[in-house]
Design a protein around this ligand. Structure first.
Ligand SMILES: [Cu+2]
Length: 336
């Protein structure tokens, strides 16, 4: 090829690149914008993926871990019922719940405690309870409870960590996607050192307009089977801890109990600007990993993360699967 032809070809390539850039930078029409899914708009904090709020009001779901159990006999009574709940600002969802909340309440016990558990079904269909922290015959304990009925049994948590609990009624993906899950912390008999403690349950929502409630959303089963969630949340509401940043002190030890309820997406959990000094993997305190940047929390699994934020500033926490962060699995720590 001659030098002339090479110059001409180069010119054509540059022209094509310039035209492509001009086309992609065209402003979108208002109609096109309306048809876009309700994912987050860009943030002005790098890696934030959602606008950072200045609200000092607490987030809708308090992320602070409850206090350790004070009794060796811990009574847990949960009710299953339907509830219409916000899963993102301005987006209501017809949820199936434990105690009217998504996630259900955080339960905290200590290794060796006796858990006295009652499940009461106030909903319209069978539900059940599967405690990942228990070692028990599912055929006895995780059976379907009919509407208006209840089940009662006792069990002893013997492995410390943070665990998922969820409804195990088939199809399980439907019951989890509709909101029937929560976190259960089993403290080791010898407590971990003091820290600022938070609980994050990551989960997905697959939505379509509800057939019987104007303005609300309900489960889209085809989107669930196609692994195409509309929103991904920490503690049931997309972006809530970006809008309501979590305030901590620079230098203090922060302990994060992270559970992935799914039903489908692994959480590649990461705090931007920090390294985990300890990670208790699903989660045995005797076997902590040290100096880790990102850890996959599997669907149906839990991990305990410890870190500290070295200086005042804003530190996003995300699943590093960034499509999922863009759909709402992002929050902010503000250290002062
Ligand atoms: Cu259920």
């Amino acid at each position: 090829m001659s030098a002339y032809h090479l110059r001409s070809l180069t010119g054509l390539v540059l022209l094509a690149v310039a035209l492509a850039a001009a086309c992609t930078s065209q402003p979108r029409s208002a109609a096109a914008r309306r048809e876009e899914p309700w994912t987050a708009s860009p943030a002005d904090v790098s890696h934030g993926e959602a606008p950072v709020g200045t609200s000092t009001a607490p987030a809708p779901v308090d992320p602070r871990a409850p206090a350790p159990s004070a009794s060796r006999l811990v009574t847990i009574r949960l009710e299953t019922r339907e509830a219409k709940l916000a899963i993102a600002p301005g987006v209501l969802y017809e949820a199936w719940t434990f105690d009217g909340r998504v996630p259900g309440p955080v339960v905290r016990v200590t290794e060796g405690d006796t858990v006295d558990f009652t499940l009461v079904n106030r909903a319209m269909m069978p539900h059940s309870m599967d405690f990942h922290a228990a070692q028990i015959a599912p055929s006895r304990a995780y059976v379907n409870v009919m509407p208006g009925d209840s089940i009662h049994y006792r069990w002893v948590p013997q492995v410390p960590g943070v665990f998922l609990y969820h409804c195990g009624t088939a199809p399980v993906a439907m019951h989890i996607a509709n909101g029937m899950y929560g976190a259960l912390i089993v403290d080791p008999a010898r407590p971990l050192p003091p820290a600022r403690e938070f609980v994050f349950v990551q989960s997905e929502f697959y939505t379509k307009p509800a057939s019987d409630t104007a303005g609300a959303q309900q489960l889209d089963w085809e989107k669930l089977l196609g692994l195409a969630p509309d929103a991904i949340a920490f503690n049931g509401i997309a972006n809530q801890y970006a809008e309501h940043p979590i305030r901590v002190m620079a230098g203090e030890t922060i302990r994060l109990y992270v559970v992935d309820a799914g039903p489908n997406r692994v959480s590649a959990f990461h705090v931007v600007g920090a390294i985990f000094s300890k990670v208790y993997v699903d989660a045995v305190p005797a076997h902590a990993w040290e100096g880790v940047q990102t850890v996959d929390v599997p669907v149906g699994g839990g991990m305990i993360f410890e870190t500290h934020l070295v200086e005042p500033g804003t530190y996003p926490f995300v699943t590093h699967a960034f499509a999922d962060a863009t759909k709402g699995a992002v929050g902010m720590f503000v250290a002062r």
